[in-house]
Design a protein around this ligand. Structure first.
Ligand code: T3D
Length: 261
């Protein structure tokens, strides 16, 4: 697929997806939802890609759904169907992609932009980043997975407060609350992200991917079921090249050369 609303760049081990409608603060139109979903699919299929970075061009990460598009919708338009056919595919694609995804949040994330940032596995953000559950400003409930991700990270009361006030969550507060992993200066954001992607791109990708699967699955499991599922995944890892290499490297007192398989 040729992309017009995003940039896709695959370097050694790392794919970077850049939301690229800076004049609209990277608001999602239908094309951008489709292209971002496709880009994640492509990064998942490409064995040379072992970590994915999602960022925004210009001064924003994403301002959520393009409201100009919303205004031009005809009568009978189903927003529920729009979510199901669009954002849901994108969010599920990100969560089911068994490689680490880093959201490099360079500026404001609002509305569905917050949901997409939360669907990433790690958030490394500029001091200028803010998170706004802007949905209620336009009379909507949070969507794009925000109701699922956010209370799990910061608890119900804080999440609900953000939903009904639509107040800005600053980068610093987001760090205190565990929404983001790292806050850095705007100038050093991509450098900081690179310091994370380097080791991740040469790490045991299979184990990283299965840990992601195990943690997401565990929300719906009893302890007994979760323990059993861990044992199942560990069987898979134990037959991998990287397990053998990791153990040998430890015993031989050398750096492991993981292949991600
Ligand atoms: O449809 C469905 O499937 C349902 C899905 C819904 C999910 C949602 O995301 S609902 C929430 C939608 N998003 C918003 O309500 C946020 C709207 N934007 C803002 O509130 C503000 O732009 C920000 C707080 C994000 C940033 O404010 P500021 O002052 O830094 O920038 P600005 O001046 O408001 O925006 C700059 C430009 O971007 C401006 O265009 P202009 O005047 O320079 O031509 C503005 O209109 C445009 N822009 C920003 N956000 C959007 C947008 N254009 C369309 N849609 C946007 N979401």
């Amino acid at each position: 697929m040729n992309y017009e609303t995003i940039l896709y760049e695959a370097g050694p081990g790392v794919a970077t997806i850049t939301l690229n409608r800076p004049d609209k603060l990277n608001a999602f139109n239908d094309q951008m939802i489709r292209e971002a979903t496709d880009a994640f699919k492509q990064a998942g299929r490409d064995n040379s890609v072992r970590v994915i970075v999602l960022t925004g061009s210009g001064r924003a990460f994403s301002s959520g759904q393009d409201l100009a598009d919303v205004q031009s919708r005809g009568e009978g338009f189903s927003i529920g169907e729009h979510l199901r056919q669009g954002y849901h595919r994108l969010i599920k694609q990100m969560v089911s992609l068994e490689k680490p995804i880093i959201a490099a949040v360079n500026g404001v994330a609002a509305g569905a932009g917050v949901g997409v940032a939360l669907a990433a596995d790690l958030r490394i953000v500029s001091e200028k980043a803010t998170f706004i559950l802007a949905f209620s400003r336009v009379g909507l409930v949070p969507d794009s997975g925000t109701n699922w991700f956010l209370p799990r990270i910061i608890g119900y009361s804080r999440a609900y407060e953000l939903a009904i006030t639509a107040d800005r969550l600053t980068a610093q507060k987001a760090l205190e609350w565990g929404v983001v992993n790292v806050v850095t200066t705007p100038e050093t954001l991509m450098e900081t992200v690179a310091a994370w992607t380097g080791p991740l791109a040469t790490g045991p990708t299979l184990a990283y991917g299965l840990a992601k699967r195990a943690m997401h699955k565990s929300w719906n499991l009893s302890l007994d079921e979760a323990l059993d599922y861990e044992a199942h995944l560990q069987e898979i890892c134990s037959r991998s090249h990287d397990f053998e290499e990791g153990v040998n490297a430890f015993l031989e007192k050398r750096e492991a050369q993981f292949r991600g398989e």
